[in-house]
Write a protein that binds this ligand. Structure first.
Ligand SMILES: [Zn+2]
Ligand SMILES: [Zn+2]
Length: 118
């Protein structure tokens, strides 16, 4: 695991990488910026890939969750306040064994961010 720059492409969705991404998020290495275009919110995620370590930037549009919260009948509606983004590495580096057209090391992971209030 010491030669991160030379790792081969692997289409993995191992939860390990989601955990690693969460660590990068909490240590502020990975950042998420919320933007809005024409009333539609989207998120720009930038930082090091949790697997290969290369810098990447990904733009994610969220369409779900709007209107899910509804009136506060239940007390535990925390889930509606978190947006999950499914990301795939797009570091732009040609990793070994990468298929044609691949833009990263192949890892897919998920990050959850709290929706900004208001
Ligand atoms: Zn990567
Ligand atoms: Zn990479």
């Amino acid at each position: 695991m010491s030669d991160e720059a030379g790792i081969s492409y692997s289409a993995t969705t191992d939860y390990h990488w989601t955990m690693r991404a969460f660590e990068l998020l909490t240590s502020a290495n990975l950042t998420v910026e919320r933007h809005e275009a024409g009333g539609a919110p989207y998120f720009v995620v930038t930082g090091p890939c949790p697997r290969c370590g290369h810098h990447f930037a990904d733009r994610q549009v969220t369409v779900a969750l709007t209107g899910l919260s509804g009136p506060s009948r239940g007390e535990s509606s925390d889930a509606a306040d978190v947006v999950f983004l499914d990301l795939t590495c797009s570091c732009g580096t040609a990793h070994q064994d990468a298929p044609r057209g691949a833009t990263g090391c192949g890892v897919s992971f998920r990050i959850g961010i709290e929706k900004a209030a208001g």
